[in-house]
Design a protein. Structure first.
Length: 245
C-alpha cells in the first residue's frame, strides 16, 4: 500500500486561487497523519500570485504548525528560457524550491521541444528541488529527456494528484503518467506523489492517482515522500540548512 508521510506541494490563500489558510492546511495534515508539509505558494508571475516579500518574510513562520513540520517553499513559475520568476536572492529564505510551467505567467513557448528545453534548464538550476506536474497535456515535454536530466541533477519529479481530477481535463493523462513512472523507476529517479492541494480537504489525498498506484509499477521504495527521513536526507544532501525540534 502506498503511503506518504510528507506532502511536498500545497497552496494556501496566498496563492490567490487557493482557499485555506496555512493553519488549516497544517491541521488537515495532522489529522491525516502527515509529518511534514511543503508550503509551495505560487511565484509572483502568476496572476494573483504571491508578492516577492511574502517569500522574504516566510522566516516568521514556526518550524512546526499543529505539530507538523513546515518547509517554507515556493512553486516558482518556469519562464521561456527556464529561468524562474523570483530573484535568486529570495531563495536563501526558502527550504524547498519546486517549479513548474504555468499558463498566464508570460510563458509563451508552444512546442514539445521548447517545453522540454525550458524544463531541463530549470532542472539545471542548483536551487531547484522538484519539478511539478511534468506530465501536463497543455505543455508536454519529452519525458525521457526530462527523466535523464532530473537524475543527473538530483531533482525530484512529481506525480501530481490534482492533475487527475475529473475537472482538470486537458492536464493529466494516466497513461502518460504511467510512462513517466516506468521511466523514472527504471532510471532510479527521485519521485514524489503530491496532492497539489488548493483546499484543506485535498492535503495528502492521492485518491486520483489510484489508476497509477494500482498498476503496481511504483512502490513506497520509489517515493521520496513515503518517509520523512528520506525527505530530510535529500534536503541535507542539497545543503539546505533545516533544523526541526
Amino acid at each position: 500500500m502506498i503511503k506518504i508521510e510528507a506532502d511536498l506541494h500545497v497552496h494556501s490563500i496566498f496563492s490567490g486561487h487557493a482557499y485555506s489558510t496555512i493553519d488549516e492546511l497544517a491541521e488537515e495534515a495532522k489529522n491525516k497523519g502527515l509529518k511534514l508539509l511543503a508550503l509551495t505558494d505560487h511565484g509572483p508571475a502568476l496572476p494573483g500570485g504571491t508578492h516577492f516579500n511574502y517569500f522574504n518574510n516566510l522566516k516568521v513562520l514556526p518550524e512546526k504548525i499543529k505539530g507538523v513540520k513546515i518547509l517554507k517553499g515556493i512553486e516558482a513559475n518556469i519562464l521561456n528560457d527556464g529561468s524562474l520568476d523570483l530573484a535568486e536572492r529570495y531563495f536563501e529564505y526558502l527550504d524547498f524550491v519546486a517549479c513548474g510551467i504555468h499558463m498566464n505567467t508570460g510563458y509563451t513557448n508552444t512546442t514539445v521541444k521548447e517545453h522540454t528545453e525550458a524544463t531541463i534548464n530549470a532542472i539545471k538550476n542548483p536551487l531547484v528541488d522538484m519539478v511539478t506536474h511534468p506530465v501536463n497535456l497543455s505543455n508536454m515535454v519529452n519525458l525521457e529527456e526530462v527523466v535523464k536530466a532530473a537524475k543527473e541533477y538530483d531533482v525530484i519529479l512529481e506525480i501530481n494528484a490534482s492533475s487527475h481530477k475529473g475537472n482538470m481535463k486537458g492536464r493529466g493523462d494516466p497513461e502518460l503518467t504511467k510512462e513517466l513512472v516506468k521511466l523514472a523507476v527504471e532510471n532510479n529517479n527521485l519521485l514524489a506523489l503530491n496532492s497539489d492541494a488548493h483546499y484543506r480537504d485535498m492535503v495528502g489525498d492521492l485518491s486520483n492517482l489510484d489508476p497509477i498506484i494500482n498498476d503496481g509499477i511504483i512502490t513506497n521504495d520509489d517515493i521520496i515522500n513515503s518517509s520523512l527521513d528520506k525527505v530530510l536526507t535529500f534536503l541535507d544532501n542539497k545543503q539546505r540548512k533545516i533544523e526541526f525540534d
